[in-house]
Structure formats: structure tokens, C-alpha cells
Write a protein that binds this ligand. Sequence first.
Ligand code: ADP
Ligand code: MG
Length: 400
Amino acid sequence: MTQNHSNFKRLTNETAVTFAKKLGLINADASLNCKEIGDGNLNYVFHITETDTKKGIIIKQAVPYAKVIGESWPLTLKRAAIEANALIHFKSYCPEFVPQVYYSDEQLAITVMEDLSHLKIVRTGLIDGDPYPLLSQHIGEYVAKTAFYTSDYHLEPSAKKEVARHFTNPELCRITEVYIFTDPFFEELPGDFEVELTDAAKSIWNDQDVILEVAKLKQSFETEQESLLHGDLHTGSIFASETETKVIDAEFAFYGPVGFDLGQYTANLLFQAVTRNGPGKEEIFTHLHQFWNTFEEAYTELWNTQNISPFRNVKGYLPYLLAKFKRDAFGFAGCELIRRTIGLSHVADLNVIEDKESRIAAKTTTLKIGAFLIKKREELDVPAVIDALKNHTLPFYSTL
Ligand code: ADP
Ligand code: MG
């Protein structure tokens, strides 16, 4: 669908300040500071603060192309409205873990929101070794609530379909379909990896069992409409401190399989698990337990107390569903682990390892776990994944 961009105008530091003043969200008489702080690929992020009070707001603006790739990959501006609407939806179900949206403008592709600069992006915090004693419980609760409240177990099915219509997000889904579910699994398609990983990459491409399972996972991503997902729930989309957690960057939101959000968060904890040793590694295992335990407990509580389905008390239904979420999640996590290693978008967790041998070893382990999760997802649970990581009993690619 083509979009009319005639009213779109890219903000500058100056026009961002003027805009904030006009909205009355910042003291127009104060001395103000404005800085573009976006580190993502797709958008500009302006941080406007009152110099004296340090009180701030954030203006995020989408541009009609991927910022880094340039104008060759056009992208709908509608994603800004999707992001603002998704944040508003998620906040209504889970107020403590989502930033406040103050204003949004679909034509200008702008979302004005709460300034979270007192928190740190979790990927950076984990790399720095910061403790996050509540993070995984918070994210477990966040996923349980957003997954349950936006599903057919809470919304009337026709109302759910109406919500889903507003979150049809084909262009952003395409990014996931190409970069997570397709390119990393074919030698002839675009990729990016260190030459020392060539054999490990070939082991994935040549493993027809992996490729078949990825085809099934991709199909699930493309066709299932279980709940409104965040769609990009990695540790770079989460701001946190020891006590507070906020999930940002919801532009990939769409109706999809619940396991996708669960799997992305799980995979991004696993990057840390492979790079750490000793107590630091144990800490990540604790995160994995806390995340999954909290998710299952919170989802079960919602199921038992707020489920509108006539089938809610049928013995075995909830365990069936929780097992499905977990199976899907491990599969999706496996795809994320592989694409961040040999696909086009890497993660700092692995790339910050300076020593080449250690870095290649960590990336090789990541690929092995990825394939292991994809192939074995039917029979895995968190303890089994942790065991495999601890004992290096990843049974595939033993020749690597
Ligand atoms: P993109 O979609 O382009 O990746 P993000 O929403 O992830 O954009 O934002 C990019 C960066 O901008 C974040 O990593 C963070 O540093 C900063 N940022 C985004 N939203 C906020 C906010 N509400 N408060 C403070 N900083 C923010
Ligand atoms: Mg983004």
C-alpha cells in the first residue's frame, strides 16, 4: 500500500523544541537542551530537557526509510502510529512496565513519550554486569498480561479481530520474516559472519532438519494470531534499573504467536549465558527460571480468574497451551540466536568480546544452542536448556 507522505517533515533539534513547547509539555520559558540520541536503525529520537530541572521528554520520529540502509529500503510511516497505539494498549494492561505516551501524530510519524533517561538499556546493563534482581519477573508478568488480555480468552473474538486489524503491520513483519526466518538459513542469501564461523554456518545450512523446523516456525509467525505481540522484545528494547522496568520500541507490534515475544527475551538472556562464567552465568540461569516461572504463574492466574472461554475449565487445556507457548518460544529463540550470529544484525553481547578465540567460541556455542533449541523444542524445558549449556552436552555438530 502506498502512503501519502506530503505532510511529513523531518524534525530538527530546533523544530523538535518548538513542537514540544507548542504541545505545552515543556516549560516554554525555561532554558532547553535538545539532542538526537537515536541509536536504532529506523528512527530519530530527540531528547529535550529543561537545563535547570533536568525534566525531559522524548520525541521519537519515524522516517520513510530505514535510517541506516538509506532510502533503498522504504518503510511505512504508519509504524509510528502502530508504536504509539501499541504502547497505549500495553500500558492499559500493564501500566508499571510501559512508558506514558503523551501525544502522537500520524502525519508527522511522531510519538511523544515519557523520558526514561534515568534508566539504562538492559543489553548495555547486562554487558556491564549490572544486577537486575526484578527484571525477569517484571518481563514475565508483562508478557503474561499483554498475551492474555489481548487474546480470545479475554476479548470477544470479534473484538479481538477488530483490534488485530489496527495492528496489521506487513512491512515490519517482513523485516522479521527476511532477517530472522529466512536469510540466515540459506548460504546463497545475504549474511554477515566472521570467516572462522564458516564451518559452523555450513552445519546449519546443510542440516535439513533445522531448515524444515525453521520453515514451520516461519509459518507460525506468518499465520497465527494469538495475541498482540511487542514483536521486538530483545534486551535493547527494555529500559531498567534494580527496581524499575519499562518496555519501549513497540513499532513491530502485530497479532502473532505468543512464543515469539517469550523466545526473543529468552534468546537475548542466552547471549549473556554463553559469554559469562561462574556466578555471572548462574545469575542468567536465575533470570531464565524467574522469567518462565513468573510468566506461567501470572498467565495461569489470569486464565483462572478472567477467562471468558467456555472451555476454560476443560482439564488439560491450559497445560496444553503453556506447553505450546514454550515449544514455540524455544524454536523462535533458536532462530534469534542464529540470526544474531550469522545474519545481518549482530548483538553487542557477543561482539564486545575482544579476544578473537573466545569470541568465535562464544558464537559457535550460540549457533549450536540455536540449532539445539530449534530441533529439540518439543521436549525442552528451562532446566534442560541450562543443563545443556552447563555441561556442553549440546548434542549436535559435535564435530565443530
Ligand atoms: P529504534 O526503533 O530506532 O531502535 P528505540 O525506540 O529503540 O528506537 O530508541 C532508540 C534509543 O533512543 C534507545 O536505545 C534509547 O537510548 C533512546 N530512547 C528511546 N526511547 C526513550 C525514552 N522514552 N527515554 C529515554 N531514551 C529513550
Ligand atoms: Mg525499533
